[in-house]
Design a protein around this ligand. Structure first.
Ligand SMILES: C=CC1=C(C)c2cc3[nH]c(cc4nc(cc5[nH]c(cc1n2)c(C)c5CCC(=O)O)C(CCC(=O)O)=C4C)c(C)c3C=C
Ligand SMILES: [Fe+2]
Ligand SMILES: [Fe+2]
Length: 339
């Protein structure tokens, strides 16, 4: 996009996806992603060795196979839906705003999109990552990259940064609306499966002590308001309340772990446990993902289905992400307008 309608530029940011599902493109994506110190937060030399010599070479061919499964004629679902949302939000906001889209990793890149925005001389820029719950590895990294670029500009316009919005009424409405497609009573148990994080990353939110010293499963306070674990549980409580779900009917869990010391309970283990307890049908919400992607379509929709069947279950039903739903666009519009 190289024309400007209004005085405010909105920068939507999502995580990013490989340029294609080829092994080379997946390797290049994983390399950029996992060399980010906010993602693999270990000392520089150790990260370089671990990521470039072990994780990426072994993971790239395996991930490429899975990316081939998720790829459609429109390309990566994550990029496809993010671009649709950009277009819908641009229309919804009207003439005073122009909406741009960038990806934290690969393309369209944050530096390239910001350079386009710089040349448009906006009075104000609103930065809006498409992650409802703050995590340093997602929102923090996207904002870090935006600031790294903008700090070099001669003219720094008015900036508004939106760090999280897990409790925005329209975000919750959007997920509740997705659930209306399903009869909750048809399911033996419901999972709220969030992308996982290393435990040490949530611990770093606190000035002293650990996440486990707090009651992040049950309360949100000024101190834990940016703890990803606390906001995932808070998101779940807000959705469950609206769906009249008793606590005994659902489990919060964390998926996509890279090693053992990640947030628990692990989603794959909960799926297995529920099958062993006799559950036949599971419904799975994934409220950390605003667009369907590899982690929802394949990990939940296919890999968890296999695990569940192997242990006696029948159906794992994924609740579709917000994707390009009108309520999600309204939510983003209200966030930009400061509502
Ligand atoms: C909620 C948002 C996300 C957080 C927080 C996050 C943290 C995080 N992720 C990895 C490692 C991988 N994630 C991968 C894919 C992926 N991750 C997110 C979102 C968050 N990640 C999305 C939306 C996707 C899907 C992208 C797509 O193209 O569909 C992958 C790549 C896939 C694979 O090889 O399995 C990796 C690797 C870490 C290490 C981390 C925090 C420390
Ligand atoms: Fe991830
Ligand atoms: Fe916490």
């Amino acid at each position: 996009m190289n024309t400007v309608k209004g005085k405010t530029g909105v920068l939507l940011i999502n995580l990013g996806t490989p340029d294609s599902p080829s092994v080379g493109d997946v390797r290049s994506y994983l390399s950029q992603f996992l060399n980010d110190p906010r993602v693999i937060d270990i000392p520089w030399l150790l990260r370089k060795m671990l990521v470039n010599l072990i994780i990426v070479p072994f993971r790239a061919p395996k991930s490429a196979k899975v990316y081939k499964l998720v790829w459609t004629e429109n390309g990566s679902p994550l990029l496809y839906y993010s671009e649709k949302v950009r277009e819908l939000l641009d229309n919804a906001l009207g003439g005073d705003y122009t909406v741009h889209l960038a990806m934290r990793y690969k393309n369209p890149s944050i530096p390239a999109v910001l350079e386009e925005m710089r040349k448009l001389n906006y009075t104000r820029i609103v930065v809006l990552p498409m992650f409802p719950q703050y995590a340093s590895a997602s929102t923090g990294s996207a904002l870090d990259e935006v600031m790294r670029v903008i700090r070099k500009w001669w003219v720094i316009p008015e900036l508004k940064i939106i760090s999280q919005y897990y409790d925005h009424p329209k975000f919750i409405d959007g997920i509740v609306e997705r659930a209306t497609k399903y009869n909750l009573n048809d399911y033996d148990h419901i999972l709220f499966s969030y992308h996982g994080l290393p435990v040490r990353q949530v611990d770093k939110v606190y000035n002293d002590g650990l996440c486990s010293d707090r009651d992040c499963e049950h309360t949100i306070t000024q101190e834990n308001q940016y703890c990803y674990k606390a906001t995932c549980y808070a998101t779940t409580r807000l959705i469950a309340e609206r769906l009249n779900l008793d606590e005994s009917r659902y489990t919060v869990c964390f998926q996509s772990r890279l090693d053992k010391e990640w947030l628990e309970p692990f989603s794959d283990k909960v799926v297995e446990q529920k099958a062993k307890e006799g559950a036949k049908k599971l419904l799975v919400f994934s409220p950390a993902f605003t667009a369907d992607c590899l982690e929802t379509i394949i990990e939940i929709g296919e890999e968890y289905q296999e695990i569940f069947e192997k242990h006696g279950g029948e159906k794992v039903q994924l609740v579709e992400s917000l994707n390009d739903s009108p309520i999600w666009v309204e939510c983003l519009k209200e966030l930009v307008e400061g509502k």
